[in-house]
Design a protein around this ligand. Structure first.
Ligand code: NAD
Ligand code: IPM
Ligand code: MN
Length: 363
């Protein structure tokens, strides 16, 4: 099969982890006789430096004309003092909105080999297999008005949290669909004891639930959910929640696996190309050192193979290769305190390639 993939390396460690992704995609292309064509675009800080715009028109066109989009990460201290509308993150938010990527899937998968990497006890994390279904194009991130008013002691900053019934319905339905596919349960996370938008959210969940009589579901307040995720993460299967809560809970959930550098994501629309990216950011503290963990991005590639291209065998082989590499004891710096055992981004990627090659030989 021939597939065109828009690659948006972005800032900080973004280019480093994207290089890992294209190397691995090329290997999978060779193994399975696919042609992956990469078209590069600028997004975020690098785009600001080149064009003054965090989401240049050309980048958007490249993405719209592709079968899938792979993103590294955007942002960094260099652009932190720019006004909100001109920041690198605004480019990513604009891209999500323009591509209609309302459904963000963030699976949390435990690798047995990484049991020691998590700050949580083995008995707490064993068997965890959950997915956060995060609403991605609404809520506080996009509500209007968003502004600064007044001056001095009278100054105000305004963000608006708004959700329409339609927006809630479509993401909640995705949550139930995933619970159905996984044969599992759904936890809807909100703050209905305080927020009006959460009270509407809860009403909609109860209504949509009627279409899925076989799925057992419950509501949970977000503060409790944050606590339950570390107390007993096994109780969760599919978590559906609004934009900001999903952002925060997914970084928290990444530590169940041992590192933020492990968690992938897929952002999907009703039709059009999906966007695949690690959930972590540009990691300015380690950028340029060649030590970033590429596995979140490589798992995002596995999600791309599954969701964008329906290449489930290819995705399974890649996920198995990642597992093999971890089982063999290979670790990037974020996964171990043993400095002698530390691999660079490139070395870790090469281990994944070798594990893939072994699978090709054995099949
Ligand atoms: P971050 O996710 O970049 O980093 C948090 C910590 O995790 C850092 O110590 C970092 O070194 C570590 N880390 C992250 N990814 C890693 C990896 N692959 N391997 C090893 N260690 C890793 O979060 P931050 O520091 O709060 O944000 C930095 C910048 O990234 C900000 O400008 C922020 O807006 C941006 N950001 C972008 C995205 C995105 O593009 N999707 C996501 C989150 C944050
Ligand atoms: C993420 C990031 C983004 C978000 C930022 C960079 C806009 O934290 O993808 O998790 O908050 O959605
Ligand atoms: Mn985030």
């Amino acid at each position: 099969m021939k597939k065109r993939i828009a690659i948006l390396p972005g800032d900080g460690i973004g280019p480093e982890v994207c290089e890992a992704a294209t190397t691995v995609l090329n290997e999978i292309g060779t193994m399975f006789q696919h042609q992956f064509e990469f078209v590069y675009g600028d997004l975020g800080g690098i785009a600001i430096d080149k064009t003054g715009n965090p989401l240049p028109k050309e980048t958007l066109t490249i993405c719209k004309n592709s079968d899938a989009v792979l993103l590294g990460a955007v942002g960094g201290p260099k652009w932190d003092t720019l006004p909100g509308e001109q920041r690198p993150e605004k480019g990513l938010l604009g891209l999500r909105k323009e591509l209609g990527l309302f459904a963000n899937l963030r699976p949390v998968t435990i690798y047995d080999a990484l049991a020691d990497s998590s700050p949580l006890k083995d008995e707490v994390i064993q068997g965890v297999d959950l997915v956060i279904v995060r609403e991605l194009t609404g809520g506080l991130y996009f509500g209007e008005p968003r502004e600064r008013r007044g001056e001095g002691k009278e100054e105000l900053a305004v963000d608006t949290l708004v959700y329409s019934r339609k927006e809630i319905e479509r993401i909640v339905r995705k949550g139930f669909e995933f619970a159905e596919i996984r044969g599992g349960t759904l936890t809807s996370v909100d703050k209905a004891n305080v927020l009006e938008s959460s009270r509407l959210w809860r009403e909609v969940v109860d209504e949509v639930a009627k279409e899925y009589p076989n799925i057992s579901y419950s509501h949970m307040l977000v503060d409790n959910a944050a606590m339950q995720l570390v107390r007993n993460p096994r109780q969760f299967d599919v978590i559906v929640t609004e934009n900001m809560f999903g952002d925060i809970l997914s970084d928290e959930a990444s530590m169940i696996t041992g590192s933020l550098g492990m968690l992938p994501s897929a952002s999907l629309s009703e039709d059009g190309p999906g966007l695949f990216e690690p959930i972590h950011g540009s990691a300015p503290d380690i950028a340029g050192k060649g030590i970033a963990n590429p596995l979140a991005t490589l798992s995002s590639v596995a999600m791309m193979l599954t969701y964008a291209f329906s290449m489930t065998e290819e995705a399974d082989v890649l996920s198995a290769a990642i597992n093999d590499v971890l089982e063999a004891g290979h670790r990037t710096a974020d996964l171990t305190s043993d400095e002698r055992a530390v691999l660079s981004t490139t070395e870790m990627t090469n281990q994944v390639i070798q594990a893939l090659t072994k699978k090709a030989v054995n099949s």
